[in-house]
Design a protein around this ligand. Structure first.
Ligand code: KG4
Ligand code: ZN
Length: 346
């Protein structure tokens, strides 16, 4: 079964072809980071307009890479939520237009389902069930995953997402959007424990998170130092180090708590913050110490991409072949769409 996947929920246009027997056979991605950097964050209207220009050329590019045509495709999977409404509409509208013209089925995919299934594309994929730590720009959640479409929410952030905290910390420290990779790199030059920030909700009995206090701790520390003298490069690096240390500590310990609670030994880490090297190092050390296994998507598949959507669409259709019989007249997108609502459905 050959599935074309289209992702356009935020600031990346991704298109890919996934085949149930051959695996991922082609993918293409356009990141809008260079366009949004001047504004310090994603401008939704600009994002939508850019997606419009990218979806079809990227689709042509993946078909060319694979020496295939649209007629060879068995279905078109597209991200219908959650994300920016206008951006989602572009990918979804293009997918429906192609599906209608070719009389092919549409498979609507939840963006986060794509993220948490993305480690299945790696050389060493996990088996179900597992606990997934979803850490992106908009979400921070721990899920129990028993299979494709079987997602149980265990805990989530009560305020900012982990990626959002990285991005806000970056702003305070004068780094460009998106802040995650920049804060991570700066933190590596920081001195450990010059500053120590509180670990929000580390000892709460649940599996929830809170990151807004951590962002405030960064701002307070930066203001305190800045009142005496302009921040040096070392000051900024030391603050970044303390921030990353606190964020990674909470994410790691709560993930382990979730594994213990569920009696599972497999942890999947997905979403943009899953690319964070400090988080990976901490989880690997914990896995070694406590005897569990951590699975990551390939580094380039941590952030948004079409491959994870094509994969999710294909797995959904394999599990529920009737999805391929459906022809859809109208369509909608779901900018807000809790992942656990999918359980029981596909
Ligand atoms: O999953 P993603 O590409 O988009 C959403 O679905 O939100 O995640 C983007 C987020 C941004 O907040 C970005 O700063 C963060 O992931 N991020 C990182 C790293 N790479 C991306 N955060 C920490 N360290 C990184 N290396
Ligand atoms: Zn994402």
């Amino acid at each position: 079964m050959l599935i074309l996947g289209i992702e356009s929920s935020c600031d990346e246009t991704g298109v890919a072809l996934y085949d149930s027997t051959r695996g991922l056979i082609a993918q293409a991605l356009h990141s809008q980071i260079d366009m949004h950097v001047a504004y310090g964050g994603v401008v939704p209207e600009l994002a939508s307009r850019d997606h419009i220009q990218r979806v079809l050329p990227l689709t042509r590019a993946v078909l060319k890479q694979a020496s295939l045509t649209l007629n060879d495709v068995d279905g078109i999977a597209c991200t219908v939520g959650p994300g920016l409404a206008g951006a989602l509409l572009v990918g979804t509208a293009c997918a429906h237009a192609m599906a209608f013209a070719l009389n092919k089925p549409i498979i609507p995919v939840h963006h986060l389902a794509g993220h948490l299934l993305s480690p299945l594309l790696s050389a060493n994929p996990p088996t179900f069930p597992f606990v997934a730590l979803l850490v992106s720009g908009g979400h921070t959640q721990l899920m129990r995953v028993d299979g494709v479409g079987q997602y149980q929410l265990l805990g989530e952030t009560l305020d900012d997402a982990a990626g959002e905290a990285f991005d806000k910390t970056a702003k305070v420290l004068g780094l460009n959007y998106p802040g995650g990779p920049a804060v991570s790199a700066l933190a590596q030059r920081g001195v450990a424990e010059r500053f120590v920030f509180g670990r929000p909700m580390l000892h709460s009995p649940d599996l929830d998170f809170s990151f807004s206090g951590l962002k405030t701790a960064v701002l307070t520390q930066a203001k305190k130092l800045g009142a005496i003298a302009p921040l040096t490069e070392q000051d900024r690096a030391d603050i970044a180090h303390a921030f990353v240390d606190a964020a990674v500590d909470v994410l790691g310990k709560k993930s382990y708590k979730a594994l213990q609670q569920q009696g599972l030994k497999r942890l999947v880490v997905a979403g943009g913050v899953g690319a964070n090297l400090q988080l990976r190092a901490r989880l690997d050390a914990m896995a070694h110490k406590h005897g569990f296994k951590v699975f990551y998507p390939e580094l380039d598949l941590c952030t948004d991409n079409g491959a994870m959507i094509a994969l999710a669409g294909c797995l959904m259709a394999q599990q529920n072949p009737s999805l391929l019989d459906a022809r859809r007249d109208g369509f909608t997108v779901r900018p807000r769409w809790p992942l656990h609502e999918l359980s029981g459905a596909v």
